[in-house]
Design a protein around this ligand. Structure first.
Ligand SMILES: [Zn+2]
Length: 493
């Protein structure tokens, strides 16, 4: 039983307890007063070091936790470099470790989140057939049947698998006010495979390619084709109509890719073509000829520093292949920068149709399509191999009338006379000689030339590896593409 207290004792104890409570209350109040005073003083001086640090840390922790949550979303990817000329890079934003559950997890989120921005340079998309959908791939558990090819959406049209269609690409408004439209032929195979694009007459007077593209498209049977063939026989419709290399504003369309929506006539056309057609391609062949009364032996120009371009060029059959960096604004350079392996196919001279060269290029395209897995039949039981060349343009050192002694395809030895340049005023003849053993792979037709005019293109055979190495170490002479004159000269103007 509790001890009972007498009345005076109980009163004394109550007084004692009350006094102790009072003392405690006074202590608490004093502490509060001191604290408020200290805080007031510190605010008057600005937040002390400790406060601001804690505040900043809390903010950072919260921000990190927020970033961590965001980064735990599925990885997102974006290709860089598609509009520029640098190599495409894949930007991958990914969380490595998971989600921070609350802001209080921020301290661990610091290491946990690691929402790092990995910018990894990746080579442009490798050329080759696209990966099969698991539903159509017998190797996967999701397999439900043979691969189905989905319809192709291009230029506001939907092309069903196994069909061929002619579409129109609106080049821009013509002078008559209506839209000028160029034909775009699409053969969409009913078996999966790569999208191969063929473009010709970007220079309006280079017409061999127009016929080559027409023949390849006519041959394509979509019921037997694996993949898709897109052919644009006349890209520069304006130049083609006038028999001119250039656009109506005298610009060279092949210096404006990938173009811009608000640029010059050339730049807008290039942009429209690139966005509406070229973006659909997995690989591209752009047909050209020599320029300014020069003729080229059928040959491939490619940036052999890029493995996927080298691989693509190798598939093109028994053709000379030359390394060429290309210049800024060329379609093949812009396409390659966007991850689409591209080559230039030089065939003959401008302004003429050369049947033999056209046939040769047509066969090369058959070989290429077979090599890409698009055509079942090999064009030849022995698969023809390309020849790789290092090359150099020989220029006139004096002005006058050029008279050649050699023809395209001729083999020449060092010191051999290739032709003479006659000065008709002083009646002087000057010889032009071969600097090394090789083959004539390009030449100027007999014409009036000025000092510095490129007249003979001599190629020396090498291996793919040597050509690629030379390209990589820039030992090869900078190539001048189909136009060896830095300043274009138009005989029309
Ligand atoms: Zn050209």
């Amino acid at each position: 039983m509790p001890e009972r207290l007498s009345e005076p004792d109980r009163r004394a104890q109550t007084t004692h307890v009350t006094a102790r409570i009072g003392i405690r209350c006074i202590r608490v109040v004093c502490a509060l007063v001191l604290l408020v005073g200290a805080v007031g003083a510190s605010w008057a001086q600005g937040p002390s070091q400790g406060w601001s640090e804690a505040f900043r840390e809390a903010q950072e922790a919260s921000a990190k936790a927020r970033r961590a949550r965001q980064s735990s979303k599925p990885a997102t990817e974006a290709r860089l470099g598609e509009d520029g000329f640098g190599p495409p890079a894949l930007v991958r934003v990914a969380s490595k470790t998971g989600t921070a559950r609350s802001d209080s997890d921020a301290a661990t989120a610091k290491t946990q989140a690691n929402a790092q921005l990995e910018v990894t340079a990746v080579p442009p998309q490798a050329w080759g057939p696209p990966a099969l959908d698991p539903a159509g791939n017998p190797g996967f558990s999701e397999f439900v049947g043979p691969p189905l090819v989905s319809p192709l959406q291009i230029l506001d049209a939907v092309i069903l698998a196994g069909t061929k269609q002619q579409l129109s690409w609106s080049v821009g408004q013509g002078l008559s006010g209506g839209d000028a439209v160029a034909p775009v032929h699409v053969a969409h195979g009913d078996r999966p495979g790569p999208v191969l694009c063929l473009a010709a007459a970007i220079h309006g007077d280079e017409i061999n390619g127009v016929e080559i593209v027409r023949r390849v498209i006519n041959d394509a049977d979509p019921s037997r084709l694996s993949g898709t063939l897109i052919g644009v026989p006349i890209v520069n419709l304006f130049g083609f109509a006038r028999g001119s290399r250039y656009l109506p504003d005298r610009r060279d369309l092949n210096r404006f890719f990938p173009g811009s929506a608000r640029g010059s006539i050339a730049s807008r056309m290039a942009y429209s073509f690139f966005q509406n057609v070229i973006r659909h391609c997995d690989a591209l062949v752009d047909f050209h000829t020599g320029s300014f009364d020069r003729s080229n032996l059928p040959q491939i120009r490619a940036d052999l520093r890029l493995p996927e371009v080298l691989r693509f060029a190798r598939g093109i059959g028994a053709m000379p292949v030359l390394h060429s960096n290309g210049s800024r604004g060329m379609l093949r350079v812009a396409a390659t920068a966007a991850g689409i392996p591209a080559v230039t196919f030089e065939v003959g001279a401008p302004g003429v149709l050369e049947k033999q060269e056209i046939n040769q290029a047509h066969e090369a395209l058959d070989a290429l399509m077979h090599h890409m897995g698009m055509n079942p039949e090999a064009p030849d039981p022995l698969e023809p191999q390309p020849f790789f060349y290092e090359s150099r343009w020989i220029r006139a050192d004096s002005g006058g009338l050029l008279l050649s002694d050699v023809a395209l395809g001729d083999r020449v030895v060092e010191g051999q006379t290739l032709g003479v340049v006659v000065d008709p005023i002083r009646n002087v003849e000057r010889k032009v000689v071969a600097p090394f053993v090789g083959s004539v792979i390009g030449l100027a037709k007999n014409q009036v030339v000025l000092p510095g005019f490129a007249i003979f293109h001599i190629g020396r055979e090498t291996s793919a590896e040597a050509a690629s190495d030379a390209a990589a170490t820039s030992r090869a002479e900078p190539e001048m593409e189909e136009d060896p004159d830095p300043e274009p000269r138009d005989p029309e103007y």
